[in-house]
Design a protein around this ligand. Structure first.
Ligand SMILES: [Zn+2]
Length: 572
């Protein structure tokens, strides 16, 4: 591994690299657009250019001040480590380099650790300072990150790591390399303890830091324009002898490829981090007391509609979408993106953490849209394999944090396409189905529109499966069925009736446990009220399920699916 300290930071607009800003007491030049900025205003904006959004590098002290609640910072001192294990000398000797870095920064090494609070929530923070030998990862830095993880474990609180590094510290040789394993192990201990871990990626984050603790955390947030990668851009360009694409390795580039959860401006970080910490906080024991259950469980109580009409209502563009439900129900929803496999972030699946009436929950589902533009942006709610892999990653996170999962299903089916097949659509669906059957937390599914085939079931292996009054659930679309069995897609209405895709048919089969009523005429006529009815149904279901422990939940969930189609009723 090489230490590859990249050239000066570029702005989010991918402007050409410019020299470092000229230092002046009153004014400085923006490192992104070069406009002259009044220093006091620039400081008030936390070092962000108001013209182009360029995020300057912060020192450890500036970073702690910008993130943590005032007067909450308590330093954590890591164990002593060796200073020059190899007696290393290049053009200058390593001890000389170290002492100069210490003098110029006032830091013992590249990482400082502190206990503190963000928006009132306790957290342990490890912050890297790029000024200290390029934030390179040596023994002391690795020890500091490990000490931070151990402090979070001791306090039973979340860990936040703010990264800025050129890579492993060459002057400490193989011992520097070993810090990648040491810090990785420390993070895994937090996984086992169910404690939330977050990385804030700042510019630049490379090499051994990117390939260890920076990317092993539950949530990765990056500042705009921040670059992260294993090999530095100059090394790559020299190796492949090609020009790299604009914005290569920037936060925005990584987000599009599903490698980070979000790109957030510096000013909104305390809020975003505060919401994440709130969603990982211990759940209240007494919760959900006043909501009345709206769910219908008797097929005779349902309004009978021709299945073909239900199919049309289920697809109505004015029905509340996943995004509408999230807005209507949750406090402080933070979307978490990407499967971290580089296959791209599938926008047909949207999920994240939020707080439902004081209870942390993970909500995930298919996102369609109300307009053509929105539908296109979300691939018409038809996920790629990356969408199911993202869902699986988030459901594992909920399992780790012991947070209930709510899935909202609304898809015509998984995306049928060349790339989807190449990336293993069938495998992604199968693995999601199997994963859901094993989740140790309450899982509630509501089919809010179309429940199309395996692409729907992949998010619907739940303890409670509910269907909205005009929702559908089917092994194949009526059009697809008609084309195959009637040899005519025009016979879709006949197929819809024969398949029993409507609420009454599905309730009689026991495939759904209950039906969520819709406002008269359908959810599209009063989307806000329709959303509240779904929300109330979810609250009641989660409230009931929270009384069971993990083994009981898993056993009953598996029994629920075990009995389907048997002649003897095996309900438990
Ligand atoms: Zn600027």
């Amino acid at each position: 591994m090489t230490s590859t300290v990249p050239a000066p930071v570029r702005g989010a607009t991918a402007a050409p690299a410019v020299p470092a800003p000229a230092a002046d007491a009153e004014w400085l030049a923006c490192g992104g657009c070069r406009v002259l900025l009044y220093r006091k205003r620039f400081d008030r904006l936390l070092g962000v250019c108001p013209e182009c959004g360029w995020h300057s590098r912060l020192t450890v002290d500036e970073r702690l001040r910008s993130l943590l609640d005032p007067d909450s910072v308590r330093p954590v001192t890591p164990a002593e480590s060796v200073h020059d294990p190899l007696g290393f000398t290049d053009l200058v000797d390593y001890p000389g380099r170290l002492s100069r870095a210490r003098e110029s920064t006032g830091l013992a090494d590249a990482v400082r650790v502190a206990r503190g609070r963000i928006q009132g929530h306790p957290v342990v923070v490890a912050v890297m300072d790029f000024r200290f030998l390029g934030g390179s990862l040596g023994v002391a830095a690795g020890e500091a990150v490990t000490a931070a993880a151990e402090a979070a474990l001791a306090d039973s609180c979340a860990l936040l790591i703010v990264t800025a590094s050129g890579g492993a510290r060459m002057q400490e040789g193989a011992l520097a390399l070993m810090q990648m394993a040491k810090t990785g192990n420390a993070l895994r201990a937090l996984d086992e303890a169910g404690l939330l871990t977050i990385t804030l990626v700042t510019d630049p984050t490379y090499g051994g830091v990117a390939a260890s603790f920076a990317t092993l955390t539950d949530v990765i947030i990056a500042e705009p324009g921040a670059r992260m990668g294993f090999a530095g851009p100059r090394v790559i360009a020299q190796t492949i002898r090609q020009e790299l694409p604009a914005g290569f390795q920037t936060a925005e580039f990584l987000l599009e490829r599903g490698l980070v959860d979000g790109v957030r401006a510096r000013g909104e970080l305390p809020w975003v981090l505060g919401q994440l910490l709130a969603a990982a906080a211990p759940a209240p024991a007494d919760w959900g007391g006043v909501v009345v259950d709206p769910v219908l469980r008797d097929p005779a109580a349902l309004v009978r509609r021709p299945p073909a009409e239900v199919v049309r209502l289920a697809r109505h563009l004015d029905r509340p979408t996943l995004a509408d439900h999230l807005t209507e129900w949750l406090d402080g929803f933070v979307e978490l993106r990407g499967a971290r496999d580089g296959a791209g972030d599938c926008r047909a699946v949207v999920g994240g953490l939020g707080v439902l009436d004081g209870l942390p929950v993970l909500v995930i589902g298919h996102q369609k849209g109300h307009s053509t533009e929105e539908l296109v942006r979300h691939s018409f709610g038809m996920p790629s394999p990356a969408g199911y892999r993202k869902a699986a990653r988030l459901m594992r996170l909920a399992a780790k944090l012991r947070v209930p999962i709510v899935t909202l299903v609304d898809t015509a089916g998984a995306h049928p396409g060349l790339a989807a097949e190449e990336q293993g659509q069938a495998v992604a669906i199968a693995e999601s189905i199997a994963l859901m059957g094993s989740l140790p937390v309450p899982v509630v599914t509501v089919i809010t529109g179309e429940g199309g085939s395996g692409g729907a079931l992949a998010l619907a292996v739940a303890d409670r499966v509910l269907l909205t009054e005009n929702g559908t659930y089917s092994v194949i679309s009526p059009e697809g069925c008609a084309a195959i069995l009637w040899r005519s897609p025009e016979r879709a209405d006949d197929a819809a009736a024969a398949l029993g895709v409507d609420a009454g048919s599905l309730l009689r089969l026991g495939v759904v446990d209950g039906v969520v009523p819709e406002p008269p005429g359908g959810a599209h006529l009063d989307p806000a009220r329709a959303s509240r009815l779904v929300r109330d149904a979810v609250v009641v279901a989660v409230r009931e399920l929270r009384t069971s422990d993990a083994p009981a939940l898993v056993a009953r969930r598996r029994a629920r699916f075990r009995r389907f189609g048997l002649t003897n009723d095996r309900r438990t």
